[in-house]
Design a protein. Structure first.
Length: 195
């Protein structure tokens, strides 16, 4: 495995861990909190993250979204009575799938992203998990400061793809921020979010 692959895997693992801390910090009254940026409740967004973590092994195995949806419908509750446990199990499966030999070289068909390599998919998952974690933290009054290393990596991954994502309806229009703003501010602005 190349050093660059190890770096991406480490960053992906750190993004999962950062969002895990947010999920672990949720109180009983936080799960119904409204997240304006994603226009949904906390539980539904965490459910989305866990569900998409579970998709990783299947996309890397060449399955289509239709095949995956037949197994787990889009409206399924994958959190159950133990949301943090469900989150942890989904992270373990996603990390194992991405660390498998050759995983970064396979091509997978991911909705709204098209045909991408496993390496690109790992980067996309890193960004998705990190930003959704920030959204949950903001909606529930938790610490919203991202690890600068993760924010910088996520920004470098997503910035070149921002026009395509906007055209595909994945994100809203970017927010204009000062050129000298930090990586977290730039990253969130790319998604149309402000701190």
């Amino acid at each position: 495995m190349q050093t660059t692959e190890l770096a991406v895997l480490d960053l992906h693992a750190d993004a999962l861990a950062a969002t895990r801390a947010v999920v672990a910090g949720l109180g009983a009254g936080d799960w119904d909190a409204w997240i304006e940026t994603s226009r949904t409740e906390v539980r539904r967004l965490v459910n989305h993250v866990v569900m998409e973590n579970g998709w990783v092994e299947h996309f890397l195995a060449g399955e289509s979204i239709d095949e995956i949806r037949r197994r787990v419908p889009a409206d399924a509750d994958v959190l159950g009575e133990d949301p943090l446990g469900a989150y942890d199990r989904s992270c373990e499966r996603a990390e194992a799938a991405l660390a498998a030999p050759g995983a970064f070289d396979v091509r997978c068909e991911v909705p709204r992203l098209g045909s991408i390599t496993g390496r690109e998919y790992a980067g996309s998952r890193l960004v998705d998990v990190l930003v959704h974690g920030w959204e949950v933290a903001k909606a529930t009054g938790q610490d919203t400061r991202l690890d600068p290393r993760l924010a910088g990596a996520a920004r470098s991954i997503i910035e070149p793809k921002i026009r395509m994502l906007a055209e595909n309806g994945v994100i809203r229009d970017a927010v204009v921020v000062p050129p000298d703003a930090d990586d977290q501010t730039h990253l969130l602005a790319l998604f149309g979010f402000s701190e």
